[in-house]
Design a binder for this molecule. Structure first.
Ligand code: GAR
Length: 227
C-alpha cells in the first residue's frame, strides 16, 4: 500500500491582501501530510496584511510585493509577482482575498493553475459588496464559489460552491460570517481536487474524474416574514 505521506505534494502559493482567514484554512488543511498540496509561499501586496503574521508563525515562507511601489505600472507589478512565485517553484496559485485585479498577461501564464474564492454564488454578484447586494436583491440563498481564474473578473469555470440560507434579520455582517464559514470548507476541498488532478481546466471548462455527486436533497428556503 502506498504511504500517502510519501507522495509528492503540489507546491502552492496563497496570495492575500488582508486578514487571510481563507489562507489559514488552506494552511491548516495542508498540515495533514496526506493533503495533496503544500503551502510553500504566502504572498501579499500589502505589507500590513494581518495574515502574514499567521503564515510566519506557521513557518511558511512569506513575501510582500507592495503594488504601491510600482506607481500604477500593473505590468511591472505582475512581472515581480510572477518572478517571486516562479523562483519558489510554485505550481498552483490560490487567490484568497487578494484584492488586485490581475491582467490577462498574468492570468494566461497560470491558466488552469490559478484559483480564486469569491463570496457569492457566481455568476450572481460578481465584484464587491456581495453580501449587501444579496440582501438588497432579496435572494433567499447565497453562498461562495471557488473557480479557475480567467481574464474576465469573477467569471472563471466553477470548481465548487456552497450555499447558505439568508435568514430574517441578517445584516451584511451576519451573512458574511455564515458564508465565510463555508469558504473555509470548500477552498481546501477544491484545492485538494485540483492538486491531485481529479479536477482540471480543459478547453475552458471544468473536467472532473471523481463522482462527487452531492446530496440530491433540495435546499429550499421559504420567503422572509414581513419585517
Ligand atoms: C473572503 O470572503 C473572500 O471570499 C473575499 O475576500 C474575503 C477575504 O477574507 N474575496 C473577494 O471578495 C474576491 N473578489 P480572508 O482574507 O479572511 O480570506
Amino acid at each position: 500500500m502506498s504511504n500517502p505521506s510519501m507522495r509528492r505534494r503540489v507546491r502552492t502559493a496563497v496570495l492575500i491582501s488582508g486578514r487571510g482567514s481563507n489562507m489559514v484554512a488552506l494552511v491548516e488543511a495542508a498540515r495533514d501530510p496526506a493533503f495533496p498540496a503544500e503551502i510553500a509561499l504566502v504572498l501579499s501586496n500589502r505589507p500590513d496584511a494581518g495574515g502574514l503574521d499567521h503564515a510566519r508563525q506557521a513557518g511558511i515562507a512569506t513575501a510582500v510585493i507592495d503594488h504601491k511601489g510600482f506607481a500604477g505600472d500593473r505590468g511591472a507589478f505582475e512581472a515581480a509577482l510572477h518572478q517571486v512565485i516562479a523562483d519558489k517553484d510554485i505550481e498552483l496559485v490560490c487567490l484568497a482575498g487578494f484584492l488586485r485585479v490581475l491582467t490577462p498577461w498574468f492570468v494566461t501564464r497560470w491558466t488552469g493553475r490559478l484559483l480564486n474564492i469569491h463570496p457569492s454564488l457566481l455568476p450572481a454578484f460578481r465584484g464587491l459588496d456581495t453580501h449587501a447586494r444579496a440582501l438588497a436583491a432579496g435572494v433567499r440563498i447565497h453562498g461562495c464559489t471557488v473557480h479557475f481564474v480567467t481574464p474576465e473578473l469573477d467569471e472563471g469555470p466553477v470548481i465548487m460552491q456552497a450555499a447558505v440560507p439568508v435568514l430574517a434579520g441578517d445584516t451584511a455582517e451576519t451573512l458574511a460570517a455564515r458564508v465565510l464559514a463555508q469558504e473555509h470548507v470548500i477552498y481546501p476541498a477544491a484545492l485538494a481536487r485540483v492538486a491531485q488532478g481529479t479536477v482540471r481546466l480543459v478547453d475552458g471548462r471544468v473536467a472532473a474524474d471523481d463522482d462527487d455527486t452531492p446530496s440530491t436533497a433540495p435546499l429550499i428556503v421559504p420567503g422572509l416574514p414581513e419585517r
